[in-house]
Design a protein around this ligand. Structure first.
Ligand SMILES: [Zn+2]
Ligand SMILES: [Zn+2]
Length: 282
């Protein structure tokens, strides 16, 4: 399988990192995990035929993981190709769809004459939970409830032909269940939101939130209860004995060299700093 990281940032908008989104190419199908800000533009940049995506997993309803949802649903429908769309997610995922039909009722009616007849009125929702399992093109997808500020799921994808496994932690603090879930995975893409600030990374222009010029407002206890640090990520990867650890979900202007070293001190396998557009062949 090929995993493309479309967005590797946080809720704070920067031009370098979009909100969280990933695409998994199974060989015959593409499916998507999360749909954070800028996801549609990153799909185009990465040359992914997103009109044919029929499965979208939303790990949790934080804006940095779902804010491009309506943009994705409308533009992928306009592209044509899909016969249906299934959205998997926590409680309230159906509200997202119902709200869309409500808010865009007239817009949808207007566009029905322009866009394909299929793929917009038949959007299904499926709830994620710890016993969840489904299969897409010979790949089994399972979920694990993790520890974040709201209901959130890590996702595991196993290719039965190659026996390769990919795990995405989503947003979580370090919990033993995640280590068990990620055990022996070939690649773990892991929340490493907590990391040292690097003043030299702050641009002269293009800073969206001015308060980030000096330090992070996300420096209180809340973030430690709901995210991992680079050290945590390294420990999880080591305890789970994964092949490759990919650090992601970066706040703006982090010292990623230092984060790499902190993860490497805990984990002897290979460590990668995620970038938007990074492709992982697993
Ligand atoms: Zn979150
Ligand atoms: Zn997040």
């Amino acid at each position: 399988m090929r995993v493309t990281l479309l967005g590797t940032g946080s809720p704070i908008p920067t031009l370098e990192r979009a909100g969280t989104s990933l695409v998994i190419d199974t060989g015959n199908e593409n499916f998507m995990i999360d749909c954070g800000p800028n996801a549609v533009y990153r799909l185009i940049e990465n040359d992914i035929d997103y009109g044919e995506i029929e499965d979208l997993f939303i790990t949790h309803h934080h804006l940095d993981h779902n804010a491009a949802f309506y943009n994705f649903v409308f533009t992928s429908w306009a592209q044509g190709g899909r016969e249906s769309l299934t959205v998997y997610g926590p409680d309230n995922t159906d509200t997202l769809i119902e709200s869309m039909y409500d808010i865009y009722e007239e817009d949808l009616e207007y566009r029905k004459d322009i866009y394909p007849s299929e793929g917009i009125t038949n959007i299904d929702t499926v709830g994620l939970h710890d016993e969840f399992s489904t299969t897409i093109d010979g790949h089994t997808i399972t979920a694990l409830s993790v520890s974040h500020s709201i209901e959130t799921y890590a996702i595991k994808v196993t290719d039965h032909e190659t026996d390769k496994t990919f795990v995405f932690s989503s947003d979580t603090s370090k919990i033993p269940a995640l280590t068990d879930f990620a055990r022996d995975a070939d690649v773990l893409v892991q929340d490493a939101c907590i990391g040292p600030y690097d003043e030299e990374e702050v641009p002269e222009e293009g800073l969206v939130w001015e308060q980030y010029r000096t330090d992070s407002p996300y420096s209180g206890d809340t973030i430690y209860e709901s995210h991992c640090s680079a050290e945590d990520a390294g420990e999880i990867a080591s305890e789970a004995d994964v092949g490759t650890l990919v650090l992601t979900h970066f706040l703006p202007y982090r010292d990623t060299d230092e984060m790499y070293e902190r993860a490497e001190r805990k984990f002897s396998g290979s460590v990668v700093i995620a970038e938007d557009g990074l492709e992982l062949d697993i």
